[in-house]
Design a protein around this ligand. Structure first.
Ligand code: GDP
Ligand code: IMO
Ligand code: MG
Length: 432
């Protein structure tokens, strides 16, 4: 038995879903533990593209228990839409999906509050996904949130809704928004959804704990990325949850003592959606090439992702705070056409070298990357499945990252499809 965590080490969209899909073959359970439907996780199987927002990607394989644990906030409209969409694509969803009674629920007023907040920030807007995820977590921490288990206690639900709707309507009015909500109609809709959700609801922390005790393989599906973590990311330009490996215990109820390994996912370059510092961003032609070759468009919002070079200062930091045991490096093929591949090894800040990833956002904004230029390979790695097929310069690029981070790269991906991968270290592709 073992437990494996897959986390993103950048600002999300590292290609986690593809790595999770590969690892899920040997998993008994696949668990989302943080975030909400702000996540967009893409898996391509036999040329068919699936984009997941709430349902764990393990659902693509037969007989995997897929768990949405309590650390995830759920928009029921979205969840049911996703389930229907998957079913219409021939994916079975029934007793293989569980939702924790502890999940907090995103309500329509959360989206309106988020919109108001983003508008009022003007130039300083976070550039959120607009899914109401942040305000749902705010309500959770403010001890006002509505949980899945509340759906089955009709009058308590109504009391909570009345209080929340009143609070939200006055916040909206004070902020100049015309949006207003009505507790009664939200209640009515939730009561209907409760009936549909009931078969999926479980005490997932106990179910997972028992599975681990029984020697089964449990895979934790990270959403977002370490640099978006509300604790350790580029605050305030972050999401509102804990994507890092520490978030696994908080969000799933599986204690740190039961977590065996953490696989960290990084692209061979870097992207970011939304606002916030990005020291290695390339707004020139190379950035455009990365964007085009990598098809860097948000899987949730369709926004263009900002593109730039691999940042080892940020990567070393993300590796440390996640306790990464091995790396999965994705999208190597996107680098196929460059003469040189810049990799940031240090920052320069106010004329001095800086090796740490600063918490102070103004310092990070002013950091200039110091690059080492790795030789490009200008040949085809796209679709490669064997390390023997990689050009020497590509292998040297991978070795350089290993040397610089002190962590080995166990897996490399070379295309969106399930098969486009190279396993460099067999143990990185298996549970035991
Ligand atoms: P996630 O949020 O970390 O799961 O990543 P996304 O699904 O948001 O974005 C990753 C994108 O890159 C998706 O469109 C994937 O299909 C694609 N992708 C994943 N691995 C590779 C790869 O090795 N090469 C290429 N070209 N695309 C990849
Ligand atoms: P996956 O799981 C990339 C970003 C948003 C915004 C910030 C806050 O696909 O990697 P939020 O809606 O969470 O309050 O927005 O976080 N963001 C992501 N960026 N991938 C994601 O998820 C993201 N989830 C949130 O763009 O900058
Ligand atoms: Mg994504």
């Amino acid at each position: 038995m073992s437990t494996l965590v897959v986390v993103g080490l950048q600002w999300g969209d590292e290609g986690k879903a593809k790595v999770i899909d590969i690892l899920s073959e040997e998993a008994d359970a696949v668990v989302r533990y943080s975030g909400g439907d702000n996540a967009g996780h893409t898996v391509v199987v036999d040329g068919k593209k699936f984009v997941f927002h709430l349902v764990p990607v393990g659902i693509l394989r037969k007989d995997k228990l897929c768990v949405i644990a309590g650390g995830v906030v759920v928009d029921l409209d979205f969840l049911f839409e996703e389930i229907e969409d998957l079913r219409s694509n021939g994916i079975y969803i029934g007793d293989n999906l569980m939702v924790s009674g502890r999940c907090h629920l995103t309500q329509p007023y959360h989206k309106a509050i988020e919109q108001l907040s983003e508008e009022s920030l003007g130039q300083k807007a976070i550039g959120t996904t607009g899914r109401g995820v942040g305000p749902t977590f705010v309500d959770k921490c403010a001890r006002e949130g509505i949980m899945v288990c509340d759906l089955f206690r009709e009058s308590l639900l109504m009391r909570k809704l009345e209080r929340n709707v009143q609070r939200m309507n006055s916040q909206l009015a004070a902020g100049g928004s015309a949006a207003r909500f009505d507790a009664e109609s939200i209640h009515e809709k939730l009561m209907a959804q409760a009936v549909l959700l009931k078969p999926f609801v479980a005490e997932t922390e106990l179910v997972l704990s028992a599975k681990i005790d029984e020697g089964e393989n449990v895979l934790f599906e990270g959403a977002q990325g370490a640099l978006l973590d509300v604790e350790f990311g580029t605050y305030p330009y972050v999401t509102s949850s804990y994507p890092t490996s520490g978030g696994v215990s908080v969000g799933s109820g599986i204690p740190p003592t039961k977590i065996d390994r953490v696989i960290g996912v990084t692209k061979g370059y870097c992207t970011r959606v939304g606002a916030g510092p990005f020291p290695t961003e390339d707004t020139n032609n190379d950035g455009n090439v990365l964007s085009k070759r990598g098809d860097e468009r948000g899987a949730t919002t369709g926004r263009m992702r900002r593109c730039g070079w691999l940042d080892l200062v940020a990567l070393r930091y993300a590796i440390r705070i996640n306790g990464v045991s091995s790396l999965a490096l994705t999208k190597l093929d996107v680098l196929d056409d460059f003469d040189e591949i810049p990799v940031c090894t240090e920052y320069e800040y106010q004329g001095r070298r800086l090796n740490r990833f600063p918490a102070e956002i103004d310092i990070l904004q002013d950091c200039k990357p110091i690059y080492t230029k790795c030789a490009g390979w200008r040949s085809h790695t796209a679709g490669a499945t064997d390390a023997k097929d990689l050009p020497g310069a590509a292998l040297a690029f991978l070795r350089f990252i290993e040397e610089q981070t002190g962590v080995s790269i166990g897996m490399v991906t070379t295309g969106p499809g399930r098969e486009a991968k190279i396993i460099l270290d067999e143990s990185s592709a298996h549970f035991d």
